[in-house]
Design a protein around this ligand. Structure first.
Ligand code: HEM
Length: 134
């Protein structure tokens, strides 16, 4: 059970990273070309935030299954911050009228979330793309 959860948690990280990079490129292209806000941006940002939340859930399932050591505290704290930061632009922009929606908050939120993910993985001594299980 624990091994399966660990493999799922380790593997889902790649999907989270791909979704994050796609959403970041989308947002940066939007900022640079100054094109009008499109629904695709919202979908890309929501996919990234959604996968990140799923990853947080899996992480807690691993903790509940009995895997814990003090160095994980940094991992957990940074990952919760990443999930919050990824969600903020999605939630804030949803409340804005369509003509006031822009790409910049997405670009900043996604970039900061990706940085926090990198730091969170480094906190347990792993590389962003590396693993101790394989
Ligand atoms: C609050 C949320 C999270 C909790 C509670 C959590 C918990 C854990 C735990 C218990 C481990 C096992 C550590 C070990 O085996 O030594 C782990 C490993 C790991 N976590 Fe998380 N995690 C969370 C969020 C995330 C997120 C958002 C990502 C990346 C997007 C992530 C990426 C990883 C990676 C890459 C590993 C190492 C797996 C490996 O060695 O292959 N975690 N996490």
């Amino acid at each position: 059970m624990l091994t399966g959860l660990l493999h799922a948690h380790s593997g889902l990280r790649y999907l989270v990273l791909v979704a994050g990079v796609v959403a970041l490129v989308w947002a940066v292209v939007g900022v640079v070309t100054k094109r009008p806000y499109a629904r695709g941006m919202r979908i890309a940002a929501m996919s990234f935030a959604g996968l990140l939340h799923l990853q947080v859930l899996l992480g807690f399932a691993i903790l509940v299954s009995g895997r814990f050591y003090p160095a994980l505290i940094g991992h957990i704290f940074l990952m919760i911050m990443a999930a919050v930061v990824a969600q903020i632009p999605v939630s804030v922009l949803r409340r804005r009228p369509p003509e006031q929606r822009t790409y910049a908050p997405h670009a900043i939120g996604i970039a900061v979330a990706l940085f926090l993910i990198w730091a969170g993985v480094a906190a347990i001594g792993r590389g962003l793309l590396g693993s101790s299980m394989m």
